[in-house]
Design a protein around this ligand. Structure first.
Ligand code: F6R
Length: 264
């Protein structure tokens, strides 16, 4: 594993950049850290609050967490979760919904209490969305804030569904999806016409309040946006670049997604 800091790009501070040979090695490291955090908090009698992402990137991480549950006794009983986002207009039963995704890849396979799972509701009536989003933020605060937020990155530079331009004042809200993001989701929906046009997402401000944030990216397809985000000063044109402001953020990458750099 190589471990880089933004100083190597000439910037003062920035996220840690951890590059593993494979995504499997990367997720094993992160799952180990999450497991240690859960166990420590559980021993202290508290609850660990995990911020979750969906999409193809975190699937191997969820597989590893399930393995730790099954083979190494990791319990999720004292874990509270908040998902980043959900498509607007999709019911939890819809196969493309992030509710369905989370049940399939993680929740149905571990001992988490259903009442401690939070995923934005894509079916909230439009005139109640604002109140609903404020309540989602309040629920995060009431839970004590997010200990560790898992993130993927979209080719537009989005984290959650904070498409450009989204700045660091944004909170949980209804957003319009970028055409590139909808195109990337088209195969999951059986065609572009079926991809929802909107979503409810945590905001950049919400994400930056997590005590730790870890952005995962695998494969050549993500290399360009990862490089641009790391090299950019925080800018609403690359929403992920706001992570560069965070005191405890990391990019966890495989070699194919890593920016080209000169090892120190
Ligand atoms: C999903 C989310 C998005 C994805 C991003 C990458 O909850 O918040 O930001 O992480 O679109 O998606 P994949 O992993 O499918 O490339």
């Amino acid at each position: 594993m190589s471990n880089l800091s933004m100083e190597q790009w000439g910037e003062p501070i920035g996220p840690e950049v951890m590059v593993h040979s494979t995504s499997q090695q990367a997720v094993e490291q992160l799952a180990g850290e999450i497991a240690a955090g859960i166990r420590k908090r559980t021993r202290q009698g508290g609850r660990y609050v995990l911020g979750l992402a969906t999409g193809s990137t975190p699937i191997p991480l969820y597989e590893e967490l399930v393995r730790l549950h099954r083979e190494e006794g990791l319990s999720f009983e004292k874990v509270t979760t908040f998902n980043l986002d959900e498509y607007y207009g999709l019911s939890p039963e819809s196969e493309q919904s992030y509710h369905h995704f989370m049940q399939k890849h993680l929740f149905s396979k571990v001992d988490i209490a259903p009442e401690r799972i939070h995923i934005p509701d894509g079916m909230v009536p439009r005139n109640e969305v604002e109140r609903y989003c404020a309540e989602y933020e309040e629920a995060i605060t009431q839970a004590g804030g997010i200990d560790l937020q898992i993130l993927g990155i979209g080719r537009t530079g989005h984290i959650g569904f904070n498409e450009p331009p989204s700045d660091d004042s944004t909170r949980t809200r209804l957003v319009t999806l970028d055409p590139v993001t909808r195109q990337d989701a088209a195969s999951d929906f059986g065609g572009l016409d079926f991809v929802p046009k909107e979503a409810i997402t945590m905001g950049i401000a919400t994400i930056l309040e997590a005590r730790t944030a870890v952005l995962l990216a695998w494969g050549e397809r993500k290399q360009e946006i990862v490089s641009r985000s790391l090299a950019s000063s925080p800018s609403s044109s690359i929403p992920a670049s706001f992570l560069n402001l965070h005191q405890d953020a990391a990019y966890l990458l495989d070699e194919a997604a890593a920016p080209e750099f000169q090892p120190a």
